[in-house]
Design a binder for this molecule. Structure first.
Ligand code: DLZ
Length: 170
């Protein structure tokens, strides 16, 4: 099934300003085969778009993604952050607690830092579902997360340039 987000970059019309943007990627070591495939997808999509300033940081598990994203937003130069993880439902309630915490925390960072913090975390029932979304028949969700980051940075540029604070008068 083709994803709505899989589209040609020519259609996105990447500007030179956008190509100079800095993107952070935080990625979880849990289920590393999956997260590594998602990372490859994200990285190659950014590079295809001409974005070369990519700062990748690994963390132990998905629960650590929001803090690592905040470190990048606070201490590094990043215009957007992509958070990559893979939570697989197990026998314990861990999955729900971690999914909930990560989702809420990443969501909050978007508004707190007024920069896109993209949710590239798989929350799946089993490894097979994860594989389908990490380069399998359902595409690569890391690549899609990168497309989202690009689109949101582009949106900010559009709004800022057309209606930015620098505009004088009414
Ligand atoms: C503990 C745990 C469990 C049970 N499952 C996952 C998982 O499926 N995916 C993932 O990214 N991380 C998992 N973790 C680790 C937590 O995210 C976290 O690293 C630890 O609870 C330490 O804070």
């Amino acid at each position: 099934m083709a994803s709505q987000l899989n589209q040609e970059f020519s259609a996105l019309n990447i500007s030179d300003v956008l190509k100079k943007k800095h993107v952070g990627i935080v990625v979880s070591e849990w289920n590393k085969e999956i997260t590594n495939a998602l990372l490859q997808g994200a990285e190659s999509t950014l590079k295809e778009a001409g974005i070369e300033n990519i700062n990748i940081k690994w963390v132990p598990g998905s629960f650590e993604l929001p803090l690592a994203a905040q470190y990048l937003l606070e201490y590094a130069k990043v215009d957007a952050v992509i958070a990559i993880g893979c939570l697989i439902k197990g026998e314990t309630p861990h999955f729900h607690y971690i999914s909930e915490a990560v989702t809420q925390s990443l969501s909050r960072l978007n508004l707190q830092y007024i920069r896109p913090v993209v949710y590239g975390v798989l929350t799946v029932e089993n490894l097979e579902q994860a594989e389908e979304r990490a380069g399998g028949k359902l595409g690569n969700k890391g690549s899609e997360a990168a497309t989202v980051a690009i689109k949101m940075m582009q949106l900010k540029e559009e709004i800022h340039n057309n209606n930015g604070r620098k505009k004088l008068g009414f």
